[in-house]
Design a protein around this ligand. Structure first.
Ligand SMILES: Nc1ncnc2c1ncn2[C@@H]1O[C@H](COP(=O)(O)OP(=O)(O)OP(=O)(O)O)[C@@H](O)[C@H]1O
Ligand SMILES: [Mg+2]
Length: 261
């Protein structure tokens, strides 16, 4: 594997402490390992996760448990499971899991001035709630009058005040590659100049490239730290872009029934 040509700062001695240094699962208290959410293989293998002072990424296949875990951490930290700030207390569904009851979140190491749980899945509900509450600080236009991607980025740019704790579940899902890079810049400002801590679940090889981070891979083998280059997101995207014609030839052969799988 090629050497990284970017500097990773995560072990610098003067690194500020994480607001929440770790989260762990009280394994002894799980009532039933056969029942959701404890039946998810990644959760079955979970013990203690050390959170990066700046950015912690959760990656893994669809269905590997990222949203379940990130929601559990968010609810444990006091957020509404549907997303929003800690002031939002609305509910259009009550389907969040009971994982949070069995999570141990270390005490915050410093005062937190701002909180937000950004969930792509329920962003529409959050936009409606903001309008209903006439909460200011979300940009000049109503979030409903902007495209999904515009609204998402406007929320992030206008609402996040810094010295905060932010949780984002697949924030890339509405964003073009150029806007994902804009989000990277925003993440950088938040964690660097504005002393924030962020936990992000993502499938985006662009977001995952943020160097001052720790990546946890959720899989049938549990939850394990991974380098950027080891993630499937990097490997498959990189391989696909370099060998696009071969991938397309194989896909078309599958379609014509001429490739043995
Ligand atoms: N309310 C629920 N009841 C039972 N099983 C559930 C429930 N919600 C999710 N699951 C299951 O738990 C597993 C993990 O789901 P989760 O949404 O956490 O995955 P994910 O990693 O976020 O996936 P994606 O990348 O598609 O967003 C999946 O197999 C899913 O079907
Ligand atoms: Mg998810």
């Amino acid at each position: 594997m090629e050497a990284k040509n970017i500097v990773y700062y995560s072990s610098e001695p003067n690194e500020p402490q994480a607001i929440f240094p770790n989260v762990s699962l009280n394994r002894d208290e799980i009532p039933n390992w056969d029942k959701y959410p404890f039946s998810i293989p990644a959760i079955q293998g979970m013990e203690k996760l050390e959170l990066h002072p700046k950015v912690t990424f959760l990656v893994g296949e669809n269905g590997s448990g990222k949203s379940t875990l990130i929601e559990g951490i968010a609810v444990k930290a006091g957020f509404n499971p549907e997303g929003g700030s800690r002031d939002f207390n609305f509910s259009t569904r009550a389907s969040h899991s009971e994982l949070y009851k069995f999570l141990e979140l270390s005490r915050p190491t410093r005062k937190i001035n701002d909180w937000y749980f950004l969930r792509a899945e329920s962003f529409y509900n959050v936009s409606t709630e903001i309008e209903n509450l006439r909460v200011s600080g979300y940009g000049p236009k109503s979030l409903h009058e902007q495209s999904h991607g515009e609204a998402f980025l406007a929320l992030a740019m206008n609402r996040f005040k810094g010295r905060g704790f932010y949780i984002m579940d697949e924030p890339e899902s509405a964003l073009s590659p150029a806007r994902q890079i804009a989000l990277l810049y925003m993440i950088h400002k938040l964690v660097h100049e504005m002393e924030s801590q962020i936990i992000i679940s993502t499938h985006s090889p662009i977001l995952l490239a943020y160097p001052e981070s720790r990546i946890y891979q959720l899989s049938d083998a549990g939850i394990h730290e991974s380098s950027y280059e080891e993630t499937e997101h990097f490997r498959i995207t990189h391989d696909f872009l370099q060998n696009r014609e071969t991938y397309m030839r194989n896909i078309m052969q599958i379609d014509q029934g001429t490739l043995d799988l």
